[in-house]
Design a protein around this ligand. Structure first.
Ligand code: XUL
Ligand code: MN
Length: 344
């Protein structure tokens, strides 16, 4: 029995289109997804603002809240919570050159409008967290904007969100690149520094995605550990990634089982979840996956996570201590390999 609660986003069940080819699966209705998520053992749904309220640009603030209340009813029907709302600032004509750090004042205003509406939607859905995946916040042409100015604009935008709602929490999901070339806030270290520069650092933390850490050339478990040490790991997006290439969002643990084990281990050893945090999965089905298998990557990720939780429970800390005392890291490493291969 897992000690953790799990969350997932509606975008994690998708039709399989990529930059080079069209969809390979049918769209699935939102309510059907929520029903299946509940059946699979998830406790919460993660949202982009327009996952909850499609066409929100054409609605008034009151209409947006009313639409969000309808979504809350669907969640309630299946006993699901909402974990967070993330403004989708990468699809709109107003965010071609970024949102909070766009060089256009009008576009920056639009980004703030979406951020405030995301807070409103979060409140209607019964949650207190906004995630910022800063997709286009950086440069495609390095000389097109100052990284100093851009970083300050991000802090200013977050300060406005903190002021708009005195108890909302802002959670940055760092990613070093894609779709942007050079990101402004690419790692958990950047997130902690931005947090410290805001008017209320206690309400600004991070969402570590395994694949994003790998893209930054960093170890996901250490990134998680760093945020935990600062008391600022608000959620995680567990998945996997085959080296430094396009963002893959593979099922958790399928590329690097030892890394996945260490991610579960650092979460478990440090009481992650004790304050209500969810283990979020941000995994994508392969394009080749058929309609009838459209949830298998989620089931696989959950099963791998839970199997690794059992491995962590069986981890022999006395043996580890002995190895550390004798500086026999060869023995410790082999012990971990044997544990993961089922030989221990
Ligand atoms: C993009 C990514 C997003 C965010 C939510 O790489 O991970 O799905 O998690 O906006
Ligand atoms: Mn993510």
């Amino acid at each position: 029995m897992s000690k953790f609660k799990f969350s997932v986003g509606p975008w994690n069940v998708a039709p399989g289109a990529d930059s080079y080819g069209p969809a390979t699966r049918n769209d699935v209705d939102f309510e059907e997804k929520v029903k299946r998520f509940a059946e699979l053992g998830f406790s919460a749904v993660q949202f982009h603002d327009d996952d909850a309220v499609p066409n929100m640009n054409n609605l008034t603030e009151e209409e947006i809240k009313a639409e969000a209340r309808k979504v809350k009813q669907i969640l309630d029907k299946y006993g699901m919570a909402a974990e967070f709302v993330a403004p989708r600032l990468w699809m709109d004509p107003h965010t071609i050159d970024g949102g909070f750090m766009s060089t256009s004042a009008e576009d920056r205003e639009f980004a703030m409008w979406r951020a405030y509406r995301s807070i409103d939607i979060a409140r209607e859905l019964g949650c207190d967290m906004v995630v910022l995946w800063l997709a286009r916040e950086g440069t495609l042409c390095a000389e097109s904007k100052s990284p100093v100015w851009a970083t300050k604009m991000l802090v200013e935008a977050i300060n406005k969100m903190l002021a708009y709602d005195p108890t909302i929490r802002i959670c940055i999901e760092p990613k070093p690149n894609e779709p942007i070339d050079r990101s402004i806030c690419g790692t958990m270290g950047h997130v902690m520094a931005v947090s410290a520069a805001t008017i209320d650092p206690s309400r600004v933390g991070g969402n570590l995605e395994s694949a994003h850490a790998v893209l930054a050339g960093l170890d996901p478990a250490h990134e998680i550990g760093f945020a935990l040490a600062m008391g600022k790991l608000m959620t995680v997006h567990l998945n996997d990634q085959n080296g430094i290439r396009y963002d893959q969002d593979k099922s958790f643990g399928v590329e690097n089982l030892r890394s996945a084990f260490n991610q579960v281990k650092v979460l478990k050893e440090n009481g992650y979840g004790d304050n209500g945090e969810y283990v979020g999965l941000d995994v994508k089905a392969m394009r080749t996956t058929k309609d009838e298998d459209g949830y298998k990557h989620l089931e696989n990720s959950l099963n791998i996570f839970k199997a690794l939780e059992e491995k962590v429970d069986r981890f022999d800390y006395d043996f580890q201590k002995k190895c550390v005392e004798t500086r026999d890291f060869e023995a410790l490493e082999m012990y971990v390999m044997e544990l993961l291969m089922g030989l221990k």
